[in-house]
Write a protein that binds this ligand. Sequence first.
Ligand code: F6P
Length: 366
Amino acid sequence: AHRIGVLTSGGDAQGMNAAVRAVARTALAMGVQPCAIMEGWQGAVEGGDRIRPLGWSDVSSILHKGGTVIGTARSKAFREREGMRQAAKNLLAYGIDRLIVIGGDGSLTGTNEFRLLWPELVQELVEMGEITQADADEHPALMICGLVGSIDNDLVGSDMTIGADSALHRIMEAIDDISSTAASHQRTFVVEVMGRHCGYLPLMAGIAGGCDYVFIPEVPPEDGWEDELATKLKAGRAAGRRESLVLVAEGAIDREGNPITATQVAETLEEKLQEDVRVTILGHVQRGGSPSAYDRWMSTVLGYAAVQEIMSVTPEDEPTILGVRHNRMARIPMMKAVADTRSVARHVKAGNYAEAMRLRGSSFTE
Ligand code: F6P
């Protein structure tokens, strides 16, 4: 009987559990044995009871839970060849050569490197006497399918990633909470929002929360932003706006590529406005809590489709990511998506902000 592996890797994201549950139950319904690889790639490196066959009830009561019940890690060992060889050996011990990986672009890149090295690693294992030639011949290739689990919504090619909608809800709740205390004191709040190098969360939160100003990595502010920002906020006050909210992406930068931090923005504003400014760093609260309805059903649909995909691919096929485009499930070539995602940063560095934003927004505009 066939076996498939499922693992979550990189930062956890709300909705990963829904995806794992859908993968496990779809596989079981198809007569395929799903195996959880615990703690991401670290579990594959360690093997033993880190690789666990899943039954129907092993994934009961996890649909509504945040995080990932099968654990995740940013595995250092898996970055080394030795670690990858161990991982190949442990997967083969379970007869797993089809894998569904739920993680961010870093995890998917690492997974693809492993896939490309697989034939060599398997041959090394034969030479070391760890596996037989018959084992190697039976599993000549590793087949992978990716689902993007990341609150950052940073994968070019997919409208949404697993967790982004829930994180946006967390941010909205926080902004709504902050605005009542801000209005009471007629204060300005500078709120730092996650998203690594992607401005999706701060930009959408800024629009949905009616904020005054948003700093995002893809479009650094023009030089002299300090005066422009202060003038805008003063005008708001003069027009009767009691609270001012400024969002700063954790990856915000200026036109020279230097970081712009929430504290720096707050200090600038205190000096220019001569009023109290407070900083709130939302941090990991954004990654916590239960998944939104969208993250639950979208991840369920994607988990279901990922099993169909992984059971139909052949060793010759290029790996695919399943994502969302125009509100439909989409098959996206994995390496193109990862390369496009990386090139956003390159365009920002070169000052091509329009191109950076075009790539980021391509799924909404094309
Ligand atoms: O990629 C998800 C994310 O939450 C980013 O928004 C953030 O930059 C990073 O992970 C934080 O990483 P860690 O959980 O390792 O502190």
